[in-house]
Structure formats: structure tokens, C-alpha cells
Design a protein around this ligand. Sequence first.
Ligand code: ZN
Length: 246
Amino acid sequence: MVISKERYLGLVSDGLVPVAAGSPLLAQKGAIDALHALQEDAKKQGFMIEACSAFRSFETQGRIVTAKFLGARAILDINEKPIDPIPAAPVERLKAILLFSALPGASRHHFGSDFDIYAPNKLPEGQKLQLTYHEYEQGSYFYELGLYLQESLTSFGFARPYMPQASKSSQTSQAAHASSTSTNGISVGLEPWHISHVESARDYLKSYDCEVALEYLEHSDLVFAPYVRQVWTQERIEALLRPQCC
Ligand SMILES: [Zn+2]
């Protein structure tokens, strides 16, 4: 199925449905069914999995990057520490942001196939969810959840695009230090919480046109729009979208 640019750029949410009754989170029906099956299984293992993010629009992603670009929201380095001061040169600042945030128009969250998940019942009382790799390190509250996901995700049709792909490091990926996974030399921060329903993402990735996306973003009124062409390379888009993952 060919997916329109309006859909793969996250300009519209046509055809998406709430993740659960009354939830503001939207996703594709197939991805939600798979998520529910995963949740059922996880429950038996003691993990009450919840999604904290699903479909994200171009506009929302634009707001996130804008806040970081203007210094209103921290830009994290590879060790998940806020960069201070933030790079003065706009292009360098954008590159730093792209370690943990996608450009609007280049986020798998536009597809309605991807979720950010966590297990509220494993979060210590009073602890705010951070969505950092540190939460998944040995000794931390989501370590076991990470192991469970590593074991179980594929049987429910999910993959983790921002984790090292099955290779020599697959056994040690859980133990690895907060770091990055790199594609063609471009680093993207590890995100153990980000899961993608492979089948639901496939047509979006196939239909995705890099040039169309760049064109749209460049002509948007986002404050960083004048600089995107300088960071927009095939390699970087692949690092953000991970087409090879699914
Ligand atoms: Zn995510």
C-alpha cells in the first residue's frame, strides 16, 4: 500500500485509533492489537506495560525540536547529561539535538506503528519517568523490563529500532553503558523503551521519500527550518528512521 506524504510526515492522523478506550494516544489498529497481546504476556511476568507515546504529529515533533533549539528544553549528550552551554552555531545545535530527537518529518512516531513504553508498576514511588537509558541499566528499576523486552518483543511482531541490532553485541547490549547505536557513522542515542510494530511500519518506510520530506520541512515556518538542509543526508535520515530495522 502506498502511504501519502501527509501520513508519513505526520501531517494527519487519518485511520488511527486510540490505543485504549479514552486514551489520547493514537496508533494503527494492527500495532495496537500487537501491543495488547504484548501487555497480556508481560502482565504474566509481572510487568504492567503502558504506552506513554504513540503517534506524534509533525507539529508536536516540531515543538519538541524548537524547544531544544531555543534552549527551553535540555539537549542531552551521549551520556544523557544536558549540554551546557548549547552550541552557538545553529547547525551544530541541530546535530546535537538529533542524537535523541528526530526532525519533524523524520520520526517513526509519525507512522502510528511505534510506541514508547514503560512499566508504571516498576517505577519507584515518587520517581518521574525519564525515558533514559540509565533506567534500563543493571540495578535500575527497568533492567528486568529491558531483559523481558529483548526476549519477547519479536514474538509479538515488534522490534526496537534504536537498540543495537542482533550481532556480536546482542548478548551484551543490556549491559552496555549508556551509549549510542550508529548507522553509517551517525550516532543515535539508545532507546530501549521505543518499540516498533514491524508490519505496521513497513509500507510507511517504503513510501517515505527523503526529498519530499526535506522540501516540506524546509518550507515550514519552524525556527530551525533554514538549517535543516545542512544536516539532512541520506545517512542521517536512515539513522533516524532505521529502515533496515523493519
Ligand atoms: Zn520513541
